[in-house]
Design a protein around this ligand. Structure first.
Ligand SMILES: Cc1cc2nc3c(=O)[nH]c(=O)nc-3n(C[C@H](O)[C@H](O)[C@H](O)COP(=O)(O)OP(=O)(O)OC[C@H]3O[C@@H](n4cnc5c(N)ncnc54)[C@H](O)[C@@H]3O)c2cc1C
Length: 418
């Protein structure tokens, strides 16, 4: 085993630190204005392009950075130190588009996106379909030239920036969940609302309605009926990233809190000398160290390959563990700052609001636990707990025993992951 950074990873990490420093100058603007001006967006785009870290998940020949998972996690951890969701400024195409686009769709959407000329946003959630996307009511009725899409989508992150949406709809009369590439300026795409959220994020999460939007056959991403598998593939990727962000956010909060604890004198000594403060610092350092190991190990295993279902459960473990730990660490950091920790000009206060959503989006903590339990039920513990050996996957799976997992959860937690 070797837990050191290779020269390549160390260099990537340095590039990510540098890029993060350049993006951090927009934090105050983002907090004050709940977003970025068009000028700032344009400047950020140039900064990201100059770093070469745009579209990290896309192959180099398609204009991406072509990074492995361990490399992406190394970069994303740094980006996670940014407040106000500014990590989102380092754009990447959705996994669904990456996996399933045809050469024509690639030319039209993916390659321009990788160059930062077009942006997409994922539109899956609906008023009555969140954790369970099979409940979606958006339909795509077959029409002479393709499909007519009708429905409503909520919480579309980057929906303000995007010029196309990846929309999950049920093809009728087949009843087949399918993803569609829909241009945002297509007739019938309507912005319904731009709600405010707990965080002041770099971009918006608007709600959209689709009033009989006509799209061609060439708008189908993958095949008719592939929609849920593509949603799973997208979540798989996003969960790894959010886990990496959580580690970075937690470390920034702890760094600021420990510096403050050294500086702040109360009760006749710096507060870092008070044992109750020490306990909070020690617990936070432990939370970060444990989760950094888990997130990097998970990324390393994805690069290495393995049973996709077990990897899916491992990613769930990393997501639930790292995001819940970040919540604890940032909460302690606020406490260590006292009243100053509750002020919005303090990055710790902003991280406190920022990291809360990580336990909700891309699959809630409860859904992640269902996925982990499902893996234990079906394939046993070794795949989750043991290190793989160099010659093959982790120890042989235990007999799975009776498999009475209810079908609802089964569909929710499994499916294609890559
Ligand atoms: C800021 C933000 C940005 C988002 N961005 C996007 C986006 O870009 N695209 C998109 O499509 N969606 C997006 N979402 C939606 C997000 O993915 C959903 O909010 C999330 O999946 C949860 O769905 P829900 O809110 O409907 O909650 P629900 O599914 O209604 O869940 C409510 C509660 O019930 C629990 N629960 C649900 N099912 C079970 C179960 N089977 N067992 C036990 N507990 C259960 C949940 O864990 C939760 O605690 C975003 C959400 C937010 C807040």
């Amino acid at each position: 085993m070797d837990f050191s950074y290779s020269p390549r990873l160390a260099q990537l990490r340095e590039s990510a630190v540098d890029l993060t420093r350049r993006i951090a100058v927009y934090e105050d603007e983002c907090e004050a204005d709940n977003g970025l001006s068009p000028q700032s967006r344009a400047a950020l785009r140039r900064t990201v392009l100059a770093s070469g870290l745009q579209a990290m998940n896309a192959p180099v020949e398609w204009g991406g950075a072509g990074l492995s998972w361990i490399e992406q996690v190394t970069v994303e951890e740094q980006l996670g130190t940014l407040t106000n969701g500014l990590w989102a400024a380092v754009w990447r195409p959705t996994a669904a588009a990456l996996i399933a686009s045809t050469p024509e769709q690639r030319e039209r959407y993916l390659i321009p996106e990788n160059r930062g000329e077009r942006f997409g946003a994922r539109a899956v959630t609906e008023p009555d379909a969140g954790s369970d996307p099979r409940r979606i009511a958006t339909v795509a009725e077959r029409s002479p030239d393709g499909y007519r899409i009708t429905g409503e989508k909520w919480f579309v992150t980057l929906g303000d920036l995007a010029d196309y949406l990846i929309v999950l709809a049920v093809v009728q009369p087949d009843g087949a969940p399918t993803m569609f590439l829909v241009d945002k300026d297509a007739p019938g795409v309507r912005l319904v609302d731009t709600p405010h959220y707990t965080h002041n994020f770099a971009y918006e999460h608007p709600h959209f309605a689709f009033d009989g939007v006509e799209v061609g056959h060439d708008a189908v991403l993958g095949a008719v009926g592939d929609g849920l598998a593509l949603v799973q593939a997208t979540f798989f990727e996003e969960r790894v990233l959010v886990a990496a962000h959580a580690v970075g956010a937690a470390e920034r909060a702890l760094r600021l809190a420990s510096d403050w604890a050294r500086e702040r004198v109360q009760g006749g000594k710096p507060i870092i000398k008070h044992q109750l403060i020490q306990a909070m610092l020690a617990d936070s350092a432990t939370d970060i160290a444990v989760n950094r190991m888990l997130v990097y190990r998970t990324a390393w295993e994805i690069d290495r390959g393995g049973d996709p279902k077990t990897l899916n459960a491992k990613v769930a473990m990393a997501k639930v563990s790292a995001t819940e730990a970040a919540g604890r660490v940032v909460d302690r950091a606020v406490q260590i700052f006292g009243g100053r920790g509750y002020m919005r000009n303090n990055p710790v206060e902003r991280l406190y609001r920022d990291v809360r959503v990580d336990r909700i989006w891309m699959g809630t903590s409860e859904v992640q636990r269902l996925m982990i339990a499902n893996e234990i039920d079906k394939r046993g513990l070794p795949g989750l707990l043991h290190f793989p050996t160099a010659s093959g996957p982790g120890g042989a799976a235990e007999p799975s025993g009776t498999n009475d997992t209810d079908k609802t959860n089964e569909t929710l937690v499994e499916g294609a992951v890559r």
